[in-house]
Design a protein around this ligand. Sequence first.
Ligand SMILES: [Zn+2]
Length: 205
Amino acid sequence: MSGKREDYLSWEQYFMSVALLSGQRSKDPNTQVGACIVDPRRRIVAVGYAGFPRGASDDELPWAREGAPLETKYPFVCHAELNAILNRNSADLAGCTLYTTAEPCAMCAGAIYWANIGRVAYAMTEARLLELTGSDAQNPTFALPCRTVFAAGQKDIAVLGPFPDVEDEAAAVHEGYWDAHRPGGVASVPAPHEPPGPAGGDPLL
Ligand SMILES: [Zn+2]
């Protein structure tokens, strides 16, 4: 009798892969972040990606980054973590883990805090995202680690990340875009986003 497979995905690899896959649902031209929330029994209770709120048309609202405020996407797009929290199918997120492809910004860290999520795992740091976006006027990325936001709160939220074995995959959807779309920037084709597969190298955790 043979034993079980040994090279299967760990739970953490699996849930981060779900977050990466969810990001591929995003229609956002430049920020295809995905997220996934898992309860203490390892059941997925929410997924989300950068996009308009449920019920808002992907075709009628604007995706532009520049122009009059209401002609741009910014008043309408919800970040992946926020969409996951808003569309969860569990009333209670206490003890849950939120997996996200990019480190939560200050806004999403606040939402995670108030939603009582107890643990966060992210693939790519916000600092790396800032390196990719630069000081772009249309996307002024925070330089504020989510650990710093949580440390100012009154409850313990465990933070795991970044994970080098999937960080490159999480960053790939952003690479090239910002240089090409920055005034005076070098036009280049964004790197193709390979479907998530079994993560190689060191395990996530
Ligand atoms: Zn955010």
